[in-house]
Design a protein around this ligand. Sequence first.
Ligand code: NAD
Length: 475
Amino acid sequence: MPDSVNYKLFINGTWRSGADGAYISLINPADAKEFGRVAVASASDLDDALTSAQVSLSTWANTPSHQRGAVLVRAARILAGKIEAAAAALSQEQGKTLAEAKGEFARAVETFEWNGQHAQELSASVPIDDKRTLIYEPAGVVAAFTPWNYPAVLNARKLAPALAAGCPVILKAAEETPSAGVYMVEALQEAGVPAGVVNLVFGNPPMISEHLLASPSVRVLSFTGSTPVGKQLAKTAAANLQRCVLELGGHSPVIVFADADISKAASAISDYKFECAGQSCNAPSRILVARPVYETFVEKLVETAQQIKVGKPNDPATTMGPMANARRIEAMERLIKDAVARGAKVETGGTRLEQPGFYWAPTILSNVHPESTVLREEPFGPVLTVAPFDTIEEAIEEANATEYGLASYFFTESPDVQRRMISSLSTGVISVNYLKGVSADAPLGGLKQSGYGYEGGVEGVRSFQNLKLVNAASP
Ligand code: NAD
């Protein structure tokens, strides 16, 4: 890694500093030290990005869809060749382990490849009968906003389908994790994306979103982040009736039934939960366990969590890195203090590690009072709660008890119970007997306060297309 990095904005095919010369410092979560900086966009930079995106719309929209697809596939291959360097940069700024960062980039590469391979087929007209046809067209300029937890995958899930659909994009990636966007834009540029089609900006998030959404040329807002910010952006987008795709927070339950393989469930939950130090929107956060196996399950889970090696993200022995920023440490302190004050028992963890950087011990809480904040607010960190249940009705009620509806998981061998759970859980994704995240070829979207719209698969491309119904009688 270079000693210090300096990331710029990418506007109309050129890398540049912001017009005001301002920048934001980058902090390494592993030691809380500054290691570089990222340029801040001013209003005039954003105007340039809007103009270049608008001007490039007809060029990109009229580029044959198989050529757009070929550019994305080429970009995927270029990115694949840079995974080592890109993963090291991501790990340094985000705190996830090198292995996690490589895995994330591999999924970003798959996302570019899948969308590239399907660009032509998903841009084709679809006949309904001999008189009626559906035509899919690019929706227009896209304003995309991505967070700091999975910057490679989440950038790819917006950039790739929007470009496949024929839309220029202005991406505001998270200021704390700029490198994934930079690597992707470089790969797209090298792959032949015309100037203006992809723009990358950083800066003051509310200022940037207000400025971009004030332009009627922006037709789609795609945002991943917290529910309160998503709601604010949807309100702003209402002024120009911009379409919104909102991938917001989660508070995912896992239900472990008495017939489940308890050891397998405990280790699968622990592996998935503590990836990226628990800072994932679909990470499990509340575990409900059938009372007859509750004690055994908690014992196994605690044992598994205690085997996690928390440490420097670039140490191959590390299985969980630091949290991404000081805000998450403050949130963990607040959530755990509140739960303990209301009677929770800390089964393991519960504290910050005494060393420089933002390290938090994998934490399991039992006996958590229903009014505790950790059961209602998205925890977004390495904390799991466990509670026993007696009946399936009770488990379903508790699983659906938060305002979120992103993901849920359960473990049981019984086909009847599986059917009942699938129809009763109010979440956009349900995983049975294992825990699965996003993939390039399948759509995923939240219910309730977890957002609306879909990313991934066919629906992910449709999010960036307008549909025209053509009725044509023969003469
Ligand atoms: P935050 O809610 O302020 O920011 C989340 C992301 O949204 C950041 O990348 C930020 O740059 C961006 N953002 C914030 N305000 C914006 C605005 N007005 N316009 C455009 N973008 C804006 O807070 P945070 O401290 O970064 O994260 C805290 C919470 O956000 C977490 O506890 C978690 O609940 C949620 N979050 C969710 C996801 C997800 O994948 N769903 C990802 C990151 C954070």
